[in-house]
Design a protein around this ligand. Sequence first.
Ligand SMILES: [Zn+2]
Ligand SMILES: [Zn+2]
Length: 468
Amino acid sequence: MVTKANIEKEGFFIEITCPGCGGNLELQDNFFAVECSHCSSRHRLVMPNSPPAFLTKAKVTTREARFAIDRYAKKHNLPLSSSDFQLKKVYYPYWKIDAVLFRYRKRVEKRVVMSDDYDTNSEISYDTEKTEISLSPYTTTLLAGVRFEGLPESIGLRSNYLKLNIFADHLVEDDFDSLPVAKSWETMRSSLMSHIGSIGSYDSNHFGANKTEVFCPKASLIYFPFMVFDFYDDDNFHRYVVDAVTGRILSNITELNITGEYPDQMPDIKFGEIKIEQHRCGNCGEDLPADESLVYICKNCQVLTDLEPGVAIDTISAVDIELNPDDIMVPFWSLKLHREDAKRIQPFFGGMFHSDHIVIPAFKVSNFDAMSKLAKRVSSAYPKFKFREISDMDNQFRNVNLPLTEAILLASLFIHKDKYVKGLGNKDTKSETFVPTEISLFYAPFHLESYFYVDSYLNAVTFEKKLV
Ligand SMILES: [Zn+2]
Ligand SMILES: [Zn+2]
């Protein structure tokens, strides 16, 4: 439940108005379902396909900002702000991008071995070629508006603890301007891809080509408030840029080099619309659990609710075994491949040598390498499982919070990685895509054995305790 007061807030969180009673509600950054603390109605946020826009409200007054400038000026022996200043208050847009970074690094390791020939007492050195391949989460923020001298290139870590509101014109105070978005997500995406691609490609210490790629990028816009003070002192120009959330001085410049020229054509940006829906069973109206899950079976009428847009699951199965009270039921997406796809992919993807199913965990894991290992282990165990259909879920069942569309992207990414592991990546750089011919969601029982979860059916598949 995301509203529990005792949960320390980490990541950014958003504020919405309860559609039931108009009270203020806060959701953490996994923003999903929330129970209104005023009227107890349950709601969920439905995220749009195109990037949504958020705004973080200004908290600092002009007086406080001027005070901060004068304190800064005193400390740095600069002239104090004159009373004759020009003040611009702006909400400036940044793109926030969350993605998966694929890194392929080659390096040469030198090993020196003493010769076993006593007489010569010589050293022999070997060069060993090593490769490191990793997948890691990647977050960045980039300027989305027209260049504005003095504003930071990125809002960096600030984007991790911000309180955000869904962007709406009425939230922009009268004395503030919200600046237009000058770079569309499509432009941003391709420049990000080529920028990332150039990282670490040429390093003299390495052999062959390194590779860095971004996968599964997700974007949103964040409007951040700044106060820009311009004034002249003995003919010298001064500009102070103040972070209007914390009151911190971000820059002090004495010269303007860039004029904020608008491009000939500003892109027509439509923000993705975040919808707030009642979090109820569509069949009988019973409140659904407030945990973040994409799939629920209603406790009251046993009808399945499937929340991922464009995905329709009609049955859910579980590995057929008598459950232990200590077992947890872990969800997985199973993707059946077309025969041709399976034939092509089997040699790379470790887990499916003899199978035409790729199995991907249906829950979010930030450690992608661990996730890829688990995917391979379960894929390889999959043909040995027997299944039964299920019609209810108790609290042994873990939440499904990795959408099927993301699971398919991750499957392609894991295959991509395995090609590099097998030394075939550079020969065929096209990333591996496939369209599953059948999709199912199943649960498999696992129990804890010290630091690992072990599957209770085969006693063969393991994953680290901290993964769930
Ligand atoms: Zn309410
Ligand atoms: Zn129901």
